[in-house]
Design a protein around this ligand. Structure first.
Ligand code: THU
Length: 132
């Protein structure tokens, strides 16, 4: 199975675990780092205190980094049930930028197929960098 297909299946599985009683908007994500063959999955987990909600992408990335340490993302899959898929929010893009390079890919899918692909850099060309 190629990487895109593997990530798509994993993100769909993750989406099934979405805890989203407030928005009813289920999101699943799956990521792979360049230096590891492991795939990490995440779903959105909401909270009655809405600001406590965490997006699927950040859960997947932070699960991976907390297990393996700082690595570089090869690809990120995001699955929603919108016809064209949905791009990650700004906060998730900023988190991705911390662990991405020029070739990190972001794939957007609905529940049936992958619909769009971008480099992470295309989605957030000028991310914040702490320069001091
Ligand atoms: N959400 C994600 O999981 N990823 C994003 O990039 C955007 C939004 C979630 C958060 C919340 O549970 C629901 O989608 C609606 O905003």
């Amino acid at each position: 199975m190629d990487l895109k297909t593997e990530l798509f299946k994993a993100a769909k599985e993750a989406r099934e675990k979405s805890y989203s009683p407030y928005s009813k908007f289920k999101v699943g994500s799956a990521i792979k780092f360049k230096e590891s063959s492991e795939i990490f999955k995440g779903c959105n987990i909401e909270n009655a205190s809405f600001g406590g909600t965490i997006c699927a992408e950040r859960i997947a990335i932070l699960k991976g980094i907390s297990d393996l340490g700082k690595l570089t993302l090869e690809a990120i899959m995001v699955v929603t049930d919108s016809p064209e898929g949905d791009p990650p929010c700004g906060l998730c893009l900023q988190t991705m930028s911390e662990f991405s390079d020029e070739s990190t890919m972001v794939y957007l899918a609905n529940c049936s197929e992958i619909k769009q692909e971008f480099t992470q850099k295309q989605l957030l060309p000028n991310s914040f960098i702490l320069s001091k």
